[in-house]
Design a protein around this ligand. Sequence first.
Ligand code: CDP
Length: 236
Amino acid sequence: MAKKTPEPIGVIAIDGPAASGKSTVGRLLAEKLNFLYLDTGCMYRAITWAALQHEIDVADETAVTQLAHDIQIDIQPVREEDGRHYTVLVDGQDITWQLRTPAVDANVSQVSSYLGVRQEMVKRQRAFGQRGAVVMVGRDIGTVVMPDAPLKLFITASAEERARRRTRDRKTQGHSADYDRILADVQRRDKIDSSREHSPLRPAADAIRIDSTDQPPEEIVDAILQMIKEPVNGNR
Ligand code: CDP
């Protein structure tokens, strides 16, 4: 009898807290599988950036929700070789690097706690997911955006390790970075993201949990590729 080949995977859902390594793993995985890569965090960051830019009070849920409906967010391939992994345009303006400023970090969790903002972004993310062959990364992909994804991963790491990574990333990008401040921000964001009313950060019941504290992303990606090739009962 011919060996049964596993069914192709359409969507891989990856969730986890800030700087857990999920974006690096997702990107490498998408490259290896020749899938599209969608970092959903950049959409919430784009709204936050636009609110700050237009001097909209991020505490004003109605105004921020209206902005989420009005704003055009385009995620495109890399246009400039400046270390970016994709290009984000808001209403035609390239704001890829502005998405990573401390001001956006400080406000994004509040913006993404609003139900109307989430509903609008989830609608756009699902449209992307329908195309298939996509690795989608965020906080609620396995639980809310793509609950039927055949492979769900939940990637964690200790808060200290995550703060070390974020500090190193910011220094590599030529910014000043203070470890203690970054650790406090990561912990504050984890708390808001995990305790919010709508779509809190949590693993889907059928997600595979991976601790990346002592494991480099390449090793994690190899392990995932192995899982896809040889699904173990219950893993897919
Ligand atoms: O890169 P980092 O892990 O720090 O954050 P991100 O993935 O860019 O997400 C920034 C923020 O957006 C998170 O802290 C969440 O508040 C929010 N977010 C969300 O609520 N749902 C998603 N699917 C993705 C991000």
